[in-house]
Design a protein around this ligand. Structure first.
Ligand code: GTA
Length: 150
């Protein structure tokens, strides 16, 4: 079956500022990689739950939970590594937007996991988005970190 993801510019809106290469190399990585990033997860969602849901798209090679770099506890994202590109595309097509622990999760193509990418990059240890948001989100530690400091 022909891929539904033909335009490399539409594969992901996210650009990793720490990717060490050209835009062409980044686009190529997104087109060929067998890794997806999962965002908007609850801090309480377990690796077992991720395994259960993402196995529906295909056989999983590895799951890497995103961790707060200070507390070393889950901070609301993860990477799922598949064996095949078709399964990777199916995860983006069919699992993105589904509900996990009462939250719509976001599944995004990823350029590939490297050691260090499992840690939140926010100043407080978690994800950058949890620094700035102003809503109260009980599944992600309550208010954003900057609001908590006020
Ligand atoms: N494939 O969408 C993604 C993605 N995200 C959001 C993070 N990662 C992603 N990978 C893919 N797709 O390995 C990966 C990162 C890293 C790990 C943790 O997850 O590559 P992080 O979330 O802590 O930090 O990463 P990151 O990605 O460097 O954050 P970034 O891009 O600055 O900001 C993410 C979001 O935070 C923005 O889209 C915006 O909504 C919000 N934000 C950032 N800065 C501000 C600001 N100044 N004010 C308000 N909001 C802000």
């Amino acid at each position: 079956m022909a891929s539904l993801f033909k335009d490399p510019n539409k594969l992901s809106a996210y650009r990793d500022r720490r990717f060490n290469g050209t835009q062409e190399e980044f686009d190529h990585a997104l087109q060929t990689s067998t890794t997806v990033y999962i965002g908007n997860m609850s801090f309480y969602t377990t690796e077992e739950q991720v395994y259960e849901l993402f196995s529906r798209a295909g056989e999983i090679k590895k799951i890497i939970m995103g961790l707060d770099k200070n507390t070393k506890t889950p901070c609301g994202f993860c990477f799922v590594l598949y064996y095949s590109r078709e399964d990777t595309e199916d995860a983006v097509k069919y699992v993105s937007g589904t509900i996990l622990d009462d939250r719509p999760i976001r599944v995004d193509f990823d350029w590939g996991f490297q050691e260090g990418r499992q840690w939140g990059r926010g100043r407080s240890g978690g994800q950058v988005r949890d620094e700035y948001r102003t809503d109260y989100d009980p599944g992600r530690g309550g208010y954003g970190k900057l609001v908590q400091k006020e």
